[in-house]
Design a protein around this ligand. Structure first.
Ligand SMILES: NC(=O)c1ccc[n+]([C@@H]2O[C@H](COP(=O)([O-])OP(=O)(O)OC[C@H]3O[C@@H](n4cnc5c(N)ncnc54)[C@H](OP(=O)(O)O)[C@@H]3O)[C@@H](O)[C@H]2O)c1
Length: 336
């Protein structure tokens, strides 16, 4: 149970893959946080990651790290269907969690995870690093201050050129593959952040040979006429731009909007104003600071990326996938 800490937060990393190798490099930029351990399904991979990043402990099983007294918080960096059971075990063991996006593969999985962390009163947050980027924080402040009037529309795209390979995480159903859960989560989360939970979701797109979605166009509708128009794809690079339009102007978040440094605000009838807000390090320090400070203060959630928002985003993603003909599953063997 999280009751606050008056010492540094000791972190463990689960799943030493691509993103874990980037995030860990930002820990030196996070006050009061120290990464101490890593767990892999392979002792050899854990040892190699620990050696590369100077960690004291390396575990060849996730469960061992989850049960260890050496850590207060876990960064869960496995693919989406392998999040649920790790979070359930971590909550049971009283560990705080930062869980990579998408939070889960399914709404049922996310619901169980949220119930567990709330029952055990541990801090939990989806690693939606976008919301903590200084540029996005500044955009949010300008919107809240009424600088573009009432926000009415969000447009955003995020696509990568990922050549088809059935073994690639992004094309493998067992690893929660598909554009929507991996990249669509960013455009959907941005729309939710600005406009809230939509009243309607409409999706079209196409599937890869493995049956996961290769691309999606997503329309979110709100009863009062607000709308979001979103695109994601694995077939080719897209600019990765976002535009938020209000009744008195608009803000262009320049590529790539999910970790931007620059935006341009245009107040209707005035000259555009360009604003630079660079990120610190690789851009992951900001979310790590949010969790570390939350744990030390005895909080259980972030007010910027609360669990109710994470669940609402997961519901929108599930509806998109359902309309495209993709039904994701959680992995019942992630801990075995
Ligand atoms: N925030 C961001 O910028 C960002 C960027 C990329 C990815 N992500 C998210 O981070 C998560 C991991 O993505 P990634 O690109 O780092 O993936 P990755 O390179 O494939 O690494 C995932 C790691 O998870 C572990 N794992 C556990 N169960 C697995 C399974 N059944 N199949 C494959 N690997 C399994 C593996 O480590 P061991 O086998 O050694 O235990 C693997 O190294 C995803 O949820 C993704 O959406 C976030």
């Amino acid at each position: 149970m999280t009751t606050g800490l008056d010492r540094e937060v000791r972190w463990g990393i689960i799943g030493p893959g691509g993103i874990a190798g980037k995030v860990i490099k930002d820990f030196p930029l996070v006050p009061n946080a120290v990464p101490v351990a890593v767990a892999s399904r392979s002792q050899q991979r854990a040892d190699a990651f620990a050696a590369e990043h100077g960690l004291l402990e390396a575990y060849g099983s996730y469960r061992e790290l989850i049960m260890s007294d050496s850590v207060d918080a876990l960064y869960i960096a496995t693919p989406h269907p392998q999040h649920r059971d790790l979070v359930l075990a971590a909550a049971e063991a009283g560990k705080a969690v930062l869980v990579e996006k998408s939070f889960a593969a399914t709404v049922d999985g996310a619901t169980l995870m949220i119930e567990a962390v709330r029952r055990h009163r541990v801090f939990a947050m989806e690693a939606m690093w976008t919301r903590f980027q200084p540029a996005i924080v500044a955009v949010r402040e300008l919107i809240d201050a009424g600088e573009i009037g009432e926000p009415r529309q969000v447009q955003a795209d995020l696509g990568v050129n990922r050549p088809y390979d059935p073994a690639d995480r992004l094309y493998d159903p067992a690893q929660g593959g598909g554009a929507t859960l991996d990249l669509g989560v960013y455009v959907v989360s941005l729309a939710h952040y600005v406009l809230g939970r939509p009243d309607s979701v409409l999706a079209t797109g196409s599937l890869a040979p493995t049956g996961v979605d290769a691309d999606a166009a997503i329309m979110l509708g709100y009863q009062d006429g607000r709308i979001a128009s979103l695109i994601t794809t694995l077939r080719h690079q897209t600019p990765g731009a976002a535009r938020i339009t209000g009744t008195a102007g608009w803000i262009d978040i320049l590529p790539r909007f999910h970790h931007p440094t620059t935006f341009v605000i245009t107040r209707t009838g005035e000259q555009p104003e360009r604003v630079e807000r660079p990120q610190t390090g690789g851009g992951y320090a900001h979310e790590l600071i949010e969790v570390t400070e939350g744990i030390r203060a005895g909080r259980t959630e972030s007010s910027i990326m609360p669990l109710d928002d994470t669940l609402a985003v997961q519901q929108t993603l599930a509806e998109v996938c359902h309309q495209l003909g993709v039904e994701h599953r959680e992995d019942d063997h992630a801990l075995s």
